[in-house]
Design a protein around this ligand. Sequence first.
Ligand code: PEP
Ligand code: MN
Length: 346
Amino acid sequence: MILPKSNRLTPEQIAEVTSIVSEFGCSIQPIVGAVRTIYAIVGDERDELMINRLEGLDYVERIDRIQSPFKLMDRRSDLASHRITIGGVTLGEELAVIAGQCTIDPKNPNYFLETAVAVKEAGAHVLRGGVWKPRTNPYSFQGDSKSIEILMEASRVTGLPVDTEVMDEEQLHVALEAGVQMLQVGARNALNYSLLRSIGRAVARRSTIVLLKRSLHMGSLSEFISAAEYIAAFGNPNVILCPRGTAPALDGYRNQPDESITPLLKEKTWAPVVVDPSHSVGRASYVPACALAAVAYGADGLCIEAHVEPSHGIGDDPKQALTPAVLAETVAQAKQIWALRHSAVT
Ligand code: PEP
Ligand code: MN
């Protein structure tokens, strides 16, 4: 990793470092952080002669050689000062709330539009809505591309940025063209490395944010953070980690709640952590407690399914969605816990 003395290298300087590293079979990938652009050396960056030549350049502050499988997302990375802002909230400075329906019902768009207004009133900064859905049963409703128009209409009406899951390149490009600000990688695709790469490539020169769910199986923390590195490695470090429960389930819950990994993640990575209590416990009556526990564990935000009339929802909404009133109460309590933590913990 090349850390320049200034905020970024000039085109001539990039040409010079590129020519040096290419002699050693490497290339340069700029990563645009909030404070400065840093330059990842792609390839085997251990050659001492290459490092010495780079360190000898007067515009290079230093060469960072973090021995980590996720050197960009690592806590020790220069990107640790990078901040992600969406919907008027900077993660880490205020509790971020993403809320909305599991699934947009294209036959009943008004429910989504009403839900959008209601979640905004309840305190959401980002509106979530599933356009395409990963369903266990191939005969269940799989989503509908037309719902992207409903999603963007709700965004226009409320002024909220939106989050939706994409599962393949076609959906990825439809979502980006429509102006979706936050792309969700679902639990089933969290280890789909070719999808992660495609997303990384597609968001590289954009301000798009990626909400990366934890994979369904109980993988290691490094596996989770390395999945985020796949995206960041293409140049956009706006990746948020989202624990959402793992398999096998805790008897009674939909999954094994995993909000407790938040402090462990934070020891290893600077990436913000937004917990999804809805898929973790899988029932509306258990969601508020899980949400509050997540904030107590240090989560930077919550991603919660909500619906104006859960029983009329589709997908997970009849079981999991909070009503706007319960969402508002949960957000208010979660903010209190957030404030307590941030006054007590330095
Ligand atoms: C969802 O957010 O509706 C969803 C399908 O999430 P996950 O990938 O965590 O199951
Ligand atoms: Mn869902």
